[in-house]
Write a protein that binds this ligand. Structure first.
Ligand code: SF4
Length: 300
């Protein structure tokens, strides 16, 4: 019997902020209060989880154990993960504390270890780091990535918030390293790295505090029970990580960019009927340069 797919619905929810929520919350009021429920699952998420677990088990229990465990994962995600780790030299990867879960208090800047359940939506930001370790005496964080894109570690909220949490947890050292390590099939791990210095981390902390404040204010609107269409939606590239995206009627799609670009470079100008001047009995809808410029005084 086939399993019916649940269609995501837009729901009001006071959720605990995570790194992926930062941009949607900063840019869109609706993103502060809505989530898509239920959340559709994607196999690429599971691929990443299997690869993370493989590295963790290989470092802790040995590669043979980890390979045996991964062979039990046979779906698309499992097979993809097996292909990615097939030639991975686990010994060359850094070791440290894996799957570190941190709860950051957005108001007073305190950080504790704890799960999502330990966090309260009204105060906390929850995050999970794939690895926390010390590198040449400096506090460092790392995130394993599957796929083939480059990461701008200095600018992406996931890494910014990870670095911030480590910085606060370790009594605000001078700097914190953060790495996104891209693991792809038949390739050497590719490192994208950034050293966050104090000024940057203070700026990120201010940003988190403001976004959290905005989210709390927006949630007061829930108590007034505003209708869906009375809440301001601001679509944009930030929709990519919005929890409401699968059900949001205004969610931005990559095709929108193509349309915007087409519109911007459209050689045919929009017809403004009210402003279109009459020229010799017809409405001028083409730019004058198409006809060699304005002909003053009746032309030749
Ligand atoms: S998908 Fe985009 S427009 Fe919709 S709530 Fe999220 S950020 Fe706002």
């Amino acid at each position: 019997m086939s399993r019916a797919l649940a269609i995501p619905q837009l729901k009001k929810r006071a959720y605990t902020m995570t790194a992926g929520d930062l941009l949607p919350v900063e840019n869109c009021t609706a993103a502060c209060v809505y989530v898509a429920h239920p959340k559709p699952e994607a196999y690429h998420v599971w691929t990443g989880i299997f690869v993370h677990r493989f590295i963790e088990y290989a470092q802790r229990e040995g590669v043979k154990y980890a390979e045996g465990w991964l062979r039990t994962k046979t779906g698309t995600a499992g097979l993809r993960a097996q292909a990615i780790v097939a030639k991975l030299d686990v010994e060359s990867l850094p070791r440290g504390e894996a799957e570190v879960e941190l709860v950051l208090d957005a108001r007073d800047g305190k950080v504790n270890t704890g799960t999502y359940r330990d966090a309260h939506h009204d105060r906390h930001v929850y995050m999970r780091l794939d690895l926390a370790y010390e590198e040449d005496g400096r506090t460092s964080g790392l995130d394993w990535k599957t796929g083939d894109r480059e990461y701008d570690v200095a600018r992406e909220p996931q890494f910014q918030l990870g670095a911030l949490a480590l910085w606060l947890l370790n009594d605000t050292p001078v700097a914190v390293n953060f790495h996104a390590v891209v693991l792809a099939q038949d390739c050497e791990p590719r490192w994208c790295s950034h050293t966050f210095v104090r000024a940057e981390l203070e700026q990120i902390q201010r940003r988190v505090r403001m976004a959290h404040g905005k989210m709390r204010m927006a949630r007061l609107e829930i108590l007034k029970d505003k209708r869906l269409d009375q809440i301001e939606y601001t679509p944009g590239a930030h929709c990519q990580t919005c929890r409401a995206k699968p059900a949001c009627p205004h969610a931005w799609k990559p095709e929108d960019v193509v349309e915007d670009i087409k519109r911007a470079f459209d050689p045919k100008p929009r017809i403004d009927w009210a402003a279109a001047p009459f020229r010799g009995g017809f409405i001028q809808t083409q730019p004058l340069w198409r006809y060699g410029g304005p002909k003053i005084g009746g032309g030749r």
